[in-house]
Design a protein around this ligand. Structure first.
Ligand code: OAD
Length: 251
């Protein structure tokens, strides 16, 4: 680790230590060390699949089975993934703060598996299926799914992944809660996101404009880096555990 990184790390640690309310925005990068592929970058999912062919309502209308095959493949790819030290560090940080909200663009559920409680899923959840007819949302952890597309256990309608596709709106309630969490926090951490997909991409700027301290953690600079207070370059699974003091266990 270079001098700048060391300095940024120490500064972030001090800032976090003295803050009682923290909001986090995480992206695919935080799950990379758990073996979940990111979207962009050399091994990114979108390099091998065209998003407009698969993650849109139009694609689903045209070929629901193809879209489901891709989601079923992603479910299989994620099923054995476990949280990494970055996920666990955030769960521990939540325990230490008076107010803590974790907004994630990820749909893999690894934050919750690590113990994070106040999680807002901006883009939905890979393990939920929503009926296109009656709207029922069911949790379903089967991999692979027995039938594609899966059918609603209540009305027999066609199920779709309960995720937000390109061209769809993020539920207003999630946006409202995210904005409130930004308003309420002193420090915002932006972790493992390329910052190119809206509205998540603008949340750091919203925080900056509201006078919050915004710290980015990423293996490389992003287009938004210049807007933030500083960027800690490094893997989130290595950086995050260094950002807080673990509580002592007393016997
Ligand atoms: P991306 O794949 O666009 O970006 C991943 C980011 O993580 C990049 O900036 C990497 O440099 C960084 N990264 C990779 N490994 C890392 C590590 N170990 N530690 C820290 N950072 C690391 O993923 P997102 O920004 O999450 O949306 O993508 C946003 C949205 O685009 C996704 O939620 C998805 C996609 O299209 C939908 O499907 C609606």
């Amino acid at each position: 680790m270079g001098d700048t990184e060391e300095k940024n790390l120490l500064q972030a640690r001090l800032i976090l230590e003295h803050s009682s309310s923290v909001t986090v925005l995480s992206g695919a990068g935080i799950s990379a060390e758990s073996g979940v592929p990111t979207f962009r970058g050399t091994d990114g999912l979108w390099r091998n699949f065209r998003s407009e062919n698969l993650a849109t309502p139009e694609a689903f209308r045209e070929n629901p089975r193809l879209v489901w095959e891709w989601y079923d493949w992603r479910r299989c790819a994620v099923k054995d993934a476990r949280p990494n030290p970055g996920h666990f560090a955030l769960a521990e940080l939540e325990n230490q703060k008076k107010k803590f909200t974790l907004v994630t663009q990820n749909i893999d559920g690894l934050h919750q598996m690590a113990g994070s409680r106040n999680v807002l899923e901006m883009h939905g959840n890979l393990w939920e299926i929503k009926c296109t007819k009656c709207g029922l949302i069911t949790k379903d952890y089967r991999v692979p799914l027995e039938e594609l597309p899966p059918l609603c256990p209540s009305c027999g309608g066609m199920g779709r992944p309960n995720v937000v596709w390109f061209g769809e709106l993020i539920p207003m309630e999630v946006i409202d809660k995210t904005l409130k969490a930004i308003e309420d926090c002193e420090v915002m951490l932006i972790i493992g996101t390329s910052g190119v997909v809206e509205p998540a991409a603008s949340m750091g700027l919203v925080a900056k404009q509201a006078g919050k301290t915004v710290i980015e953690i990423n293996i490389e600079h992003t287009p938004n880096s210049p807007l933030f207070d500083f960027t800690i370059l490094g893997k989130s699974g290595e950086v995050l555990p260094l950002l807080y003091t673990p509580r002592m266990a007393y016997s």
